[in-house]
Design a protein around this ligand. Structure first.
Ligand SMILES: [Zn+2]
Length: 245
């Protein structure tokens, strides 16, 4: 038996029996944890807005050895971006971020860099950033922290360094290829014009990067990265941003 306390982002909840919910949390110190929130489906639940997608909470969890589900004993709301999402697209964006964290993070493995990424993305969201740009930034970094895009400098098959003016193919396993090694495999092509934007993404915080691309460029990158994520995860994403320009 153990009591665990940690800051955590709520990823999603599922109904459990009549009055309870299962909350999927990405905690700072313990990674992803599934926990029962007793009474959370009741109208005047003590959990209130704590369990909205991407709410950041201070969670007190009780874990019993051999049990798959922890119990969320208490939580304190630190920040609820969902309550401040002014548009339906804003709400979908928060679900999208939560879905990707859930898809990439295995249970019980802390990943402080992912936690910092979510926090920086949330803060930039609250500043009213362009959603296609912020979505592209988050998607790129989830792939990067998941081990993809180790380098965009050289072909993963033949080792040749890319010239600045040439397009780069991303193979289905996420590795970069030159035209000769990857061009015939299908996959996803990053045209030469987009490579500097991707390189800047890996150097700048989201609050700075979202100001760089034009709306069309941001949307193009978001669509490209969404297709890549679909290949990597081998399924369609549940959340789809219908982002106009
Ligand atoms: Zn090559």
């Amino acid at each position: 038996m153990a009591i665990k306390e940690s800051e955590a982002f709520v990823l999603m909840t599922y109904p459990l029996a009549e009055a309870d919910k299962i909350a999927v949390l990405f905690t700072h110190h313990y990674g992803k944890i599934r926990a029962v929130a007793r009474g959370a489906r009741r109208p005047k639940s003590r959990f209130g807005a704590c369990l909205e997608p991407l709410s950041e909470i201070l969670a007190s969890l009780f874990e019993k050895e051999g049990r798959e589900l922890a119990v969320l004993r208490r939580c304190e709301l630190l920040c609820s971006p969902f309550e401040r999402a002014a548009t339906p697209e804003g709400e979908v964006f928060l679900h999208h971020v939560a879905e990707l964290v859930d898809a990439f993070q295995p249970p019980a493995e802390p990943h402080p860099a992912v936690y910092r990424l979510i926090r920086a993305t949330r803060d930039t969201f609250l500043q009213g950033a362009s959603l296609p740009a912020l979505a592209a930034y988050f998607e790129m970094w989830m792939l990067k922290l998941g081990g993809f895009f180790a380098s965009l400098e050289a072909c993963a098959a033949c080792g040749r360094a890319f010239r600045p003016e040439e397009p780069v193919w991303i193979a289905r396993d996420g590795t970069p290829r030159c035209e000769r090694c990857g061009g015939t495999l299908g996959g996803h092509v990053i045209s030469a014009g987009y490579r500097p934007l991707l390189a800047e993404m890996l150097k700048r915080p989201p609050s700075e990067w979202v100001a760089l691309p034009t709306p069309e460029e941001a949307l193009h990158l978001h669509r490209l990265l969404t297709r890549l994520l679909r290949d990597v995860l081998e399924r369609e994403l549940r959340t789809k941003l219908s982002l106009g320009v």
